[in-house]
Design a protein around this ligand. Structure first.
Ligand SMILES: Cc1ncc(COP(=O)(O)O)c(C=O)c1O
Length: 422
């Protein structure tokens, strides 16, 4: 290989960017105003409509006044305040978990839990099997990739396919196993078959690692998540991760689980040990959000109900499939399609990237901001609009959403995700 100068390197980066432009997968940052420029927000993860809520703002301000703007160090040095301790206690109590450990992001929580558990279970001469859903969030995918290696086997199963996951677990020759899944999948909004996954994990002596990022604060009783709804909250062989950045409208993440799991991460989780602790204003805002949720549990129900209204609107537009739908549950594990969203996310599959971009831009011209997901965030041929509901949506918001989606249909053919088809 010849040595190239910086100009060559930058030229190659430009050529690669041009290739991405041609493929319709070039990304642009579009800074928004605080009020979304007057547009209806159907793109953010502020499911409960708490971002900017006076109690959260006051919580962040009070935390900044008392503790300052930063946590000043990693959690094991100076980055643990009594605010962090309180947040961990309240998160664990809300979710019915034995313990909680707060991180500066949900991404790091996922990275740390999978890598730390794998490393410790593998030990000096052990072996670990990791079984992971193909549509898990990138942070779980990265966590599994990082954990994979000598004496750690990684197997991927088709989206939500419990039978396939079970079959992989049954191939285990390793001493330990992890089964890893999103609870509510971040792009298509589909719920994982949590009860069945837990049963499969338990039957094969595996720990179930469940990412409740899009479920926490929204799905299940009073927003306590899908594992809680399934009666698994205190199960010792269940480890949950959550983010504070979606329904709780703050920033940060957490692992919820047995004391042994928390201790393992505190001692060995590199994403925990070598990262600065969560900033106090974020901890203060998250605590305030938990307070709002305790006082107004109907917010969670409204967010889910409003997602159902959006699903009705999309289905009511009489739209037809354009591209092959995402993999269906295999015949070996028949799962009844979910008629209703269990959380606040809804996907409208469009096909090629440019279809999704056109539809997104059309919605924007109608005054609605929607998410637009293209490969590699979704598989090839499954570019989609990602719609999110908010607890605070009004009748006029639904009318506007319907007009905007109807207009988007004029630009491209739109298909509601099969899981939400009526
Ligand atoms: C399913 C899922 N897990 C984890 C994360 C990461 O959380 P955070 O944004 O707090 O890093 C996200 C989204 O950002 C997500 O959608």
């Amino acid at each position: 290989l010849g040595v190239s100068d910086t100009g060559d390197v930058l030229a190659r980066l430009r050529a690669a960017a041009a290739g991405r432009t041609a493929a319709g997968v070039r990304r642009t940052l579009s800074p928004r105003d605080a009020d979304f420029g007057g547009m209806l927000d159907m793109a953010s993860n502020d499911y409960l409509g708490l971002c900017g809520h006076p109690r959260l703002v006051a919580g962040a301000v009070a935390a900044a006044s008392e503790w300052g703007t930063g946590s000043t160090g990693s959690r094991l040095v100076t980055g643990t305040t009594v605010l962090h301790e309180r947040l961990e206690a309240e998160l664990a109590a809300f979710a019915g978990a034995a313990g909680a450990l707060v991180f500066s992001s949900g991404y790091l929580a996922n990275l740390s839990v999978v890598t730390a558990l794998t490393a410790v279970l593998r030990g000096r001469d052990g072996h670990v099997l990791i079984v992971s859903d193909e549509r898990n969030h990138a942070s779980l995918i990265d966590a599994c990739r990082l954990a994979r290696g000598s004496r750690v086997r990684l197997e991927i199963y088709p989206h939500r396919d419990v039978a396939a996951a079970t079959a992989l677990l049954a191939t285990r020759t390793e001493e330990s196993a992890l089964l890893v899944s999103d609870a509510v999948f971040s792009v298509d909004g589909a719920s994982a078959p949590v009860t069945e996954l837990y049963a499969a994990a338990r039957a094969h002596g595996a720990l179930l690692v469940l990412d409740e990022a899009h479920a926490f604060g929204v799905a299940g009783p009073d927003g306590r998540g899908l594992a809680y709804a399934a009666g698994l909250a205190g199960a010792p062989d269940l480890v949950r991760t959550v983010t504070l950045s979606k329904s709780l409208a703050s920033q940060g993440g957490a692992v919820l689980g047995a004391t042994e799991v928390i201790d393992t991460i505190v001692d060995t989780g590199r994403g925990f040990i070598f990262d600065t602790g969560l900033a106090p204003p974020s901890a203060g805002a998250a605590l305030a959000a938990l307070g709002v949720l305790a006082d107004e549990p109907e917010r969670a129900r409204r967010a889910v109900r409003n997602a159902g209204r959006l699903a009705d609107i999309v289905a009511g537009l009489g739209l037809t499939p354009q591209q092959p739908s995402p993999p269906q549950p295999s015949p070996r594990s028949p799962q009844s399609p979910q008629a209703r969203p269990q959380a606040a996310v809804l996907a409208v599959v469009l096909g090629e990237p440019w279809h999704a971009v056109e539809a997104r831009d059309s919605c924007a011209r109608s005054g609605v901001r929607v998410g637009c997901f293209r490969p590699p965030s979704v598989p090839d041929g499954q570019a989609c609009l990602r719609l999110t509901a908010r607890a605070t949506m009004t009748e006029s918001d639904f009318s506007l959403a319907e007009r905007a989606l109807s207009g988007a249909r004029g630009h491209t053919r739109v298909d509601v995700h099969p899981l939400f088809r009526q």
